[in-house]
Design a protein around this ligand. Sequence first.
Ligand code: SF4
Length: 371
Amino acid sequence: GVPALPPRPIAERRPSRRIDVGPVAVGGGAPVSVQSMTTTRTSDIGATLQQIAELTASGCQIVRVACPTQDDADALSTIARKSQIPVIADIHFQPKYVFAAIEAGCAAVRVNPGNIKQFDDKVKEIARAAKEHGTPIRIGVNAGSLDRRLLQKYGRATPEALVESALWEASLFEEHGFRDIKISVKHNDPVVMIEAYRQLAARCDYPLHLGVTEAGPAFQGTVKSAVAFGALLSEGIGDTIRVSLSAPPAEEVKVGIQILESLNLRQRRLEIVSCPSCGRAQVDVYKLADEVTAGLDGMEVPLRVAVMGCVVNGPGEAREADLGVASGNGKGQIFVKGEVIKTVPESKIVETLIEEAMKIAAQMEQDGVGA
Ligand code: SF4
């Protein structure tokens, strides 16, 4: 077999400092990582660890947990110890939980300077504790909770306001010699968000955590995040991403991974090249594509499978892929690496494709492709 070429990245990555979130490097040229956040009560340790296990299985690399109460803070050390992936504690309002999270051994702490009272006065102590434990801090500015002072100055959460808030907080940490920082400046409007990150990227070398906040239900949130992350990542901006959806967190991870694969920022896995179907289609393309996708779910090698409805573009696409079918007249021509290997009746297309895909995948695995 021919080993796959390493994917060509979309752009040179913006040079950034590197921080270590537990074993996951963020920035400094490390691969862009995918994060999500649990939806369980953090104090419910069993449920939280269960959800973290599901997220880990879906490919999540870093997980954030909310910490609104003392019970949640008390749960952090067990969760941080038992989680398979690094845990970031998400702290709003209460500086005392920042210290609790650092002491609990969380891999990082996210603070929102806009809504932690007297945060500025606490920075010195936070910096000291974080340095002592080697805990990085994410300065997470959010349009919905921007510092009142900046809201007054700019009138609303403009890109400039978000960036000024983030850099101001970073400067307070810098005064105490603390630079293990990553920054996010989230907004629910992708246009404002993109502009904010561009400005931020130009003005500092901290690694950046991308997010469109409150992006909405799955469909809208997926599109908004893909558009915003796509724009920024194609300029080399972004070191870790979180897709926010009003949907189960494992869905966020799936979307995040797909975005990175689409931009060649991560080795692609299974890719179904299927046509939208049209008046020329001679088979039910949707059904065929769905059945092939379901049959090959979980495939980890970069396999391209073409599912085409007719002979117009069918043979061409099917030939370009590792494997494919071009349908016509109740039959399917099955292509492997550009050659028609057999023609099968429509009822046998799915099983034949899956069978052939398994053979190619086994060969790829043997050759170490996609490992
Ligand atoms: Fe239509 Fe054929 Fe193109 Fe599919 S491959 S969209 S059926 S022309």
